[in-house]
Design a protein around this ligand. Structure first.
Ligand code: ZN
Length: 278
């Protein structure tokens, strides 16, 4: 997982100019057109054909990302439509259907959990991968937060904040250590707080862990979880997917009323956002 490529900086100013022109003059015309906006099928699946769903489109104009780098790079390898044009439009939905959630929480939910599958919602949303391409992922949160989290995902997309994986924790048999080690972003998981008998906020569907390897949990005593995230316990670093105080990610969640574990005192959970602040 290489961080962003410095040589790009050289061509950024002209690119930004072009993008600014497109945004202002409306000369782009590609935004939302023709279904050609997203590069086709790399890896995790990109084709979006949501069924009976609610769409959310946060924010209007196509903005070149405020973060380092990827504004308008052509996809390496040359196939597919190059993305020098307007930014692809975010597609996200709340998947309806009685069993949409139930079928996807076979490992992460069981009887006795504090919320039931009917109280949870499956979100399906576009995100920018570390490969600088658009993918579609899934996330489960409590129904009370589904809409606003979809808006958050839309903002992260617009800012081109990269997410390495967005899979349900069931893909890792609800094993949080495995999910974290894979740098997977996830929400609902009916589990206890690590090293405690109380329910984690994830068990209520009101917490999300974002790029956990790049944003590890660091205890007061210096223990790092996941262990492979140790290089990123140094928060002065700047690498793709890292979250920093008051950045676009923290602000997007804050606007939804969710708070960041990086602001905790003592132990800090840099991957963790929750509606309760716990
Ligand atoms: Zn968490």
């Amino acid at each position: 997982m290489k961080p962003t490529l410095p040589p790009l900086k050289r061509c950024l100013p002209p690119l930004l100019l072009i993008l600014a022109c497109l945004a202002m003059a409306g000369c782009g015309t590609t935004n939302g057109g023709s279904g050609g906006a997203a590069p086709p099928g790399a890896g995790d699946g990109t084709a979006v054909k949501s069924g009976s769903t609610t769409q959310a489109a946060p924010g209007g104009q196509a903005a070149p990302g405020t973060q380092a780098g990827p504004a308008g790079q052509a996809a390496p390898g040359g196939q597919g439509p190059a993305s020098v044009e307007a930014a692809p439009r975010f597609r996200g939905s709340i998947v309806t259907g009685r069993d949409a959630v139930r079928k996807r929480v076979r490992y992460s939910w069981r009887r006795g959990c504090p919320v039931g599958p009917v109280e949870l919602r499956l979100l399906r949303a576009d995100y920018w991968g570390f490969d600088k391409r658009v993918h579609q992922g899934e996330l489960i949160v409590h129904r009370d937060h589904a809409r606003r989290i979809l808006v958050v995902l839309g903002k992260l997309f617009k800012a081109r904040y990269p997410i390495q994986r967005l899979k349900l924790v069931d893909a890792y048999r609800a094993d949080d250590d495995r999910s974290m080690a894979a740098n997977n972003t996830s929400g609902f998981n009916c589990r206890r707080v690590s090293g405690s008998s109380s329910w984690s906020e994830h068990a209520f569907g009101r917490a999300i862990d974002l790029n956990p390897l790049r944003n590890p949990y660091v205890t007061r005593g210096g223990r790092v979880s996941p262990p492979a995230g140790r290089p990123y316990a140094n928060r002065a670093r700047r690498a793709a997917g890292m979250i920093h105080a008051n950045d676009v990610v923290v602000r997007a969640f804050a606007a939804a009323g969710w708070r960041w574990g990086g602001y905790w005192s003592g132990s800090r959970d840099y991957q963790h956002f929750s509606s309760t602040g716990r």
